[in-house]
Write a protein that binds this ligand. Structure first.
Ligand code: GAR
Length: 190
C-alpha cells in the first residue's frame, strides 16, 4: 500500500509513521512521498532522515483552503506518487471536492480530539478550556464535512487534575503517535 503523507507542521506524526515502518510495524504500507504546503515545515526534513522524497507544493492563492491553482498543483503532485492512501498528518487546510474526488475513499485525517467533539482549529485547547475529563484523538475518513467523515479509530486520554494545556497536549500527541501508524497498518492488511 503506497502512502503519501501531507503535513503543514513539525511532522511528529509523520515521524511516528516512518519509525513504525522502520520497525516493521506498518503492515504492508510503505511511505512513498511527503508533501507540505509550507516550505519551512519540519515535516520536510524527515525526507532526508528516512530516505523518502519530500517536497513543498505551492498552495496559493488561498490561505486556509486548498482550491484553484494550488489544489491543481497538489492533485498533480500526489497523483504522480500513485497513492493507495493519502494521510493528512497535521495538514492545516480544508480540502475541497476537486482534491477529495481525485483520491476518493483514500484520504484519512488525524484530529486531536474525540470527534465529533471539538472539530476545527485548536481542538486540544477547546477541550481543555471546556473542562472535559476525557479527550483524545481520532483518525477518520475525509469527506467534504470538515472533521466529519466516518471514524476509523480513536484513543482516549484522561485529563488529570493539575494538567496544564502543555501536559495534556503532550499526552494527546503520544496517543496520536501510537494510533495513526496502527490504523495505517490495519488498513494495509485489508
Ligand atoms: C496533530 O496534533 C494533529 O492531530 C493536528 O495537528 C498536529 C500535527 O502535529 N491536526 C489537526 O489539528 C487537524 N485539524 P505534527 O505536525 O507534529 O504531526
Amino acid at each position: 500500500m503506497r502512502v503519501v503523507i501531507l503535513g503543514s507542521g513539525r511532522g511528529s506524526n509523520a515521524e511516528a509513521i516512518l519509525a513504525a515502518q522502520q520497525a516493521g510495524r506498518l503492515g504492508r504500507a510503505r511511505v512513498v512521498q511527503i508533501f507540505s504546503d509550507r516550505p519551512e515545515a519540519g515535516i520536510l526534513a524527515l525526507g532526508a532522515r528516512f530516505g523518502v522524497p519530500a517536497a513543498f507544493v505551492d498552495p496559493a492563492p488561498f490561505k486556509t483552503k486548498l482550491e484553484g491553482e494550488g489544489e491543481a498543483r497538489f492533485i498533480a503532485a500526489v497523483s504522480a506518487a500513485k497513492p493507495d492512501l493519502v494521510v493528512l498528518a497535521g495538514f492545516m487546510r480544508v480540502l475541497k471536492p476537486g482534491f477529495l474526488n481525485a483520491f476518493a475513499g483514500k484520504i484519512i485525517n488525524l484530529h486531536p480530539s474525540l470527534l465529533p467533539s471539538f472539530p476545527g482549529l485548536d481542538a486540544i485547547g477547546q477541550a481543555y478550556r471546556r473542562g472535559v475529563k476525557v479527550t483524545g484523538c481520532t483518525v477518520h475518513a475525509v469527506t467534504t464535512e470538515v472533521d466529519g467523515g466516518p471514524i476509523l479509530d480513536q484513543a482516549a486520554v484522561r485529563v488529570e487534575p493539575g494538567d496544564t494545556l502543555e501536559s495534556l497536549t503532550a499526552r494527546i500527541h503520544a496517543a496520536e503517535h501510537a494510533l495513526l501508524p496502527a490504523v495505517i497498518a490495519r488498513l494495509s492488511e485489508r
